[in-house]
Write a protein that binds this ligand. Structure first.
Ligand SMILES: Cc1cc2nc3c(=O)[nH]c(=O)nc-3n(C[C@H](O)[C@H](O)[C@H](O)COP(=O)(O)OP(=O)(O)OC[C@H]3O[C@@H](n4cnc5c(N)ncnc54)[C@H](O)[C@@H]3O)c2cc1C
Length: 454
């Protein structure tokens, strides 16, 4: 049996484990960091995302906005240092509604976001001051949000939205990037500073004497280490159990469809587009009659929730666009390979036509598509777990839900500060496991409210 030793062993080479390795080795000069994964780096969840980012987060408190602002700062620095290798843009998120009753909610959300540090809200009842986002690049752009209430401006800049749209909120410190390329950039820099990637599964952790001693791998090797970091994505609970810790998380399956838009209907210059209204899917009378007949298809006639969202994928010449709509959120045990619901692409595309009627040209002849997806592993209040675990020498960077790409850089920085014993940012306690031991926090959890999660 091979024996070796490391200073830090990180279990999981998704974006979280890679960012932790990067911050430890590159930013803190920690030697002998071993990154263990039984899969190719970034291949489980971190290359399945929509790759979007935003600093637009609800409360209570400003911890999520502060974490995301810090993460976006680091992402922007990495983009500058790499000549924007990972195509960071700043197109924003556009939340649209056809329901006049929602306008006040949007205004309140914008005001709340401003007080939490996301930037000012600008309300446009005529179009003069609204400045659209550039298609590429991210420098010198506004933050905060533009709430556009003037129908003229909505039509001028977003002519593809349903004519029923009465308000559009454009959140500005938001956009997307190539998560795979961001992750590989950090991994390469970490390897240059000595991080060693080991292709194996972590099977057990030796905690003799009540602290981390060694990590056992499925290739028979044992790595003696003082520090063990769990970055296991959807397998967080499983790896936590190796330390005797029951981590308070659950998982949901989220699926994404990439459609091929040969008819060139999808707007190539669009921001991320999100429809805020619940809806009934636009079926024909005949389709309705057929679906009503069978137990299996009757649910297609039900009301579907808000939140269908989409964006163009690739450059101007690319025909692809991505659609996501998690209309059933169930707690599930992460299982692989993922099983896809056969009706999902049709339902997602139908739902999207309520916001983007031009896509109705695909009714009856669904475009070519591919589906993938993964698990959002999350805590009940949808905040991550980053910090120490009750076993000395053990740490966690996980429960990154549907925002792990955007949060990865600040999460890795925070994890590295915990491991090296450096100063912690003000938001650190909001993400530590210890928060659940605080009776005041338990009270807060009872009335937590909206998750702010797409
Ligand atoms: C459909 C979808 C859309 C999303 N959209 C966005 C978005 O727009 N923006 C955003 O910021 N986020 C988004 N996310 C969320 C984001 O993808 C995740 O939060 C993030 O990828 C989680 O990264 P991770 O490193 O924690 O986990 P993972 O990428 O799953 O990595 C965990 C790794 O741990 C390894 N591992 C587990 N157990 C062991 C073990 N015992 N031994 C060795 N290795 C082990 C696994 O093999 C895996 O490689 C989306 C997610 C999905 C599914």
């Amino acid at each position: 049996m091979a024996h070796s030793s490391a200073n830090v062993v990180i279990c999981g080479a998704g974006i979280a484990g890679i960012s932790a390795a990067y911050h430890l080795a590159v930013k803190h000069g920690v030697k002998n960091v071993v990154l263990v994964d039984e899969r190719t780096p970034l291949s489980l969840t971190s290359d399945k995302s929509t790759e979007c980012y935003r600093n637009w987060w609800p409360g209570p408190g400003d911890a999520m906005v502060a974490l995301m602002n810090r993460s976006i700062d680091i992402i922007e620095d990495l983009a500058r240092a790499s000549d924007n290798l990972f195509h960071l843009n700043r197109r924003g998120y556009l939340y649209a509604t056809a329901d006049p009753a929602r306008v006040d909610d949007l205004r309140r959300a914008g005001e709340e976001a401003a007080t939490l540090g996301a930037g000012a809200l600008r309300v446009h009842t005529n179009g003069s001051a609204y400045v659209p986002s550039p298609v590429e690049g991210f420098e010198n752009q506004p933050d905060g949000a533009d709430l556009i209430l003037d129908p003229h401006t909505i039509r001028k800049y977003f002519p593809y939205l349903s004519e029923r749209t009465v308000a559009a909120l454009h959140a500005r410190r938001c956009g997307w990037l190539s998560a795979q390329q961001l992750g590989m950039y950090m991994l390469e820099r970490a390897k240059e500073r000595g991080v060693n990637f080991v292709d194996a599964r972590v099977e057990a952790v030796d905690t003799t004497g009540g602290r981390v001693r060694a990590v056992q791998l499925n290739n028979g090797a044992t790595v003696t280490a003082d520090h063990f970091v769990i970055a296991a994505g959807p397998f967080l609970k499983q790896v936590g159990k190796m330390l005797g810790v029951d981590l308070p998380v659950f998982s949901e399956l989220h699926i994404k469809v990439a459609f091929r838009d040969d008819a060139r209907v999808f707007p190539r210059n669009a921001p991320l587009l999100i429809w805020l209204d619940s809806q009934r899917l636009p079926w024909t009378e005949d389709e309705r009659a057929v679906f009503a007949e069978s137990e299996e298809t009757r649910a297609l006639l039900n009301e579907f929730p808000s939140g269908v969202h989409a964006r163009p994928e690739g450059g101007a010449a690319s025909p692809m666009f991505l659609v996501l709509w998690t209309y059933h959120t169930k707690h599930v045990e992460p299982a692989l390979p993922i099983r896809f619901e056969p009706h999902y692409p049709e339902i997602a595309l139908r739902g999207l036509t309520t916001m983007l009627p031009g896509l109705k040209s695909y009714f009856g002849k669904l475009p070519r598509l591919t589906m993938d997806g993964g698990y959002y592993t999350k805590t009940q209040e949808n905040r991550p777990l980053i910090g120490r675990l009750p076993v000395p020498g053990a740490y966690v960077i996980a429960a990154l839900s549907g925002y792990g790409i955007m949060a990865s850089c600040a999460a890795g920085e925070l994890l590295a500060a915990h491991v090296t014993g450096g100063p912690l940012p003000a938001y650190a306690p909001a993400f530590a496991l210890e928060r659940y031991a605080d009776p005041h926090y338990q009270e807060l959890l009872k009335n937590w409210g909206a998750s702010g999660q797409l």
